[in-house]
Design a protein around this ligand. Sequence first.
Ligand SMILES: [Zn+2]
Length: 91
Amino acid sequence: MSDPITMHGAGESRHLAALARELTYAAEVTRLRSQRRAVLALHRDAGPSEGYDSSGRYTDLPRCCDTCGTHGEYGVPWPCPTARALGATDE
Ligand SMILES: [Zn+2]
Protein backbone atom coordinates (compact mmCIF):
# COMPACT_ATOMS: atom_id res chain seq x y z
CA MET A 1 0.00 0.00 0.00
CA SER A 2 1.02 3.55 -0.38
CA ASP A 3 2.85 5.31 2.38
CA PRO A 4 1.41 8.81 3.00
CA ILE A 5 4.88 10.21 3.60
CA THR A 6 6.24 8.76 0.35
CA MET A 7 3.16 9.95 -1.56
CA HIS A 8 3.62 13.41 -0.17
CA GLY A 9 7.29 13.28 -1.13
CA ALA A 10 6.48 12.20 -4.68
CA GLY A 11 3.89 14.93 -5.04
CA GLU A 12 6.28 17.52 -3.73
CA SER A 13 8.96 16.24 -6.08
CA ARG A 14 6.59 16.60 -9.05
CA HIS A 15 5.66 20.07 -7.87
CA LEU A 16 9.32 21.06 -7.61
CA ALA A 17 10.02 19.58 -11.05
CA ALA A 18 7.10 21.60 -12.48
CA LEU A 19 8.45 24.75 -10.84
CA ALA A 20 11.91 24.05 -12.24
CA ARG A 21 10.42 23.67 -15.74
CA GLU A 22 8.54 26.96 -15.36
CA LEU A 23 11.75 28.71 -14.30
CA THR A 24 13.56 27.20 -17.27
CA TYR A 25 10.79 28.37 -19.62
CA ALA A 26 10.82 31.84 -18.08
CA ALA A 27 14.60 32.05 -18.54
CA GLU A 28 14.19 30.90 -22.16
CA VAL A 29 11.53 33.55 -22.82
CA THR A 30 13.82 36.21 -21.33
CA ARG A 31 16.72 35.01 -23.48
CA LEU A 32 14.61 34.93 -26.67
CA ARG A 33 13.19 38.40 -26.00
CA SER A 34 16.71 39.72 -25.53
CA GLN A 35 17.83 38.11 -28.79
CA ARG A 36 14.78 39.52 -30.60
CA ARG A 37 15.58 43.02 -29.32
CA ALA A 38 19.22 42.63 -30.43
CA VAL A 39 18.18 41.59 -33.95
CA LEU A 40 15.63 44.40 -34.20
CA ALA A 41 18.31 46.86 -33.06
CA LEU A 42 20.30 45.80 -36.14
CA HIS A 43 17.34 45.70 -38.52
CA ARG A 44 15.92 49.13 -37.77
CA ASP A 45 14.49 51.96 -39.83
CA ALA A 46 17.48 54.06 -40.90
CA GLY A 47 15.45 56.52 -42.96
CA PRO A 48 15.42 57.31 -46.66
CA SER A 49 17.61 55.67 -49.26
CA GLU A 50 17.58 54.89 -52.92
CA GLY A 51 16.80 51.30 -53.74
CA TYR A 52 14.38 48.93 -55.40
CA ASP A 53 10.74 49.01 -54.39
CA SER A 54 8.47 45.96 -54.29
CA SER A 55 7.75 46.29 -58.03
CA GLY A 56 11.47 46.20 -58.86
CA ARG A 57 11.70 49.90 -59.77
CA TYR A 58 14.83 51.76 -58.63
CA THR A 59 13.57 54.80 -56.74
CA ASP A 60 13.74 56.90 -53.58
CA LEU A 61 12.54 54.85 -50.65
CA PRO A 62 11.29 56.69 -47.55
CA ARG A 63 12.43 54.10 -45.03
CA CYS A 64 15.15 51.45 -45.31
CA CYS A 65 16.74 48.83 -43.08
CA ASP A 66 20.07 49.78 -41.52
CA THR A 67 21.54 46.30 -42.07
CA CYS A 68 20.00 44.82 -45.21
CA GLY A 69 21.29 46.07 -48.52
CA THR A 70 23.56 49.07 -48.87
CA HIS A 71 21.88 52.02 -47.25
CA GLY A 72 21.94 55.12 -49.43
CA GLU A 73 22.35 53.36 -52.76
CA TYR A 74 20.68 49.97 -52.59
CA GLY A 75 18.48 50.24 -49.52
CA VAL A 76 16.02 47.54 -48.60
CA PRO A 77 12.58 48.90 -47.68
CA TRP A 78 11.87 48.82 -43.98
CA PRO A 79 10.53 46.73 -42.38
CA CYS A 80 12.88 44.30 -44.09
CA PRO A 81 12.02 40.57 -44.23
CA THR A 82 14.00 39.93 -41.02
CA ALA A 83 12.20 42.68 -39.11
CA ARG A 84 8.82 41.50 -40.44
CA ALA A 85 9.60 37.94 -39.38
CA LEU A 86 10.15 39.30 -35.87
CA GLY A 87 6.86 41.15 -35.88
CA ALA A 88 7.93 44.66 -36.90
CA THR A 89 5.26 46.52 -38.82
CA ASP A 90 5.36 49.53 -41.10
CA GLU A 91 4.11 51.96 -38.46
ZN1 LIG B 1 17.04 44.16 -42.35
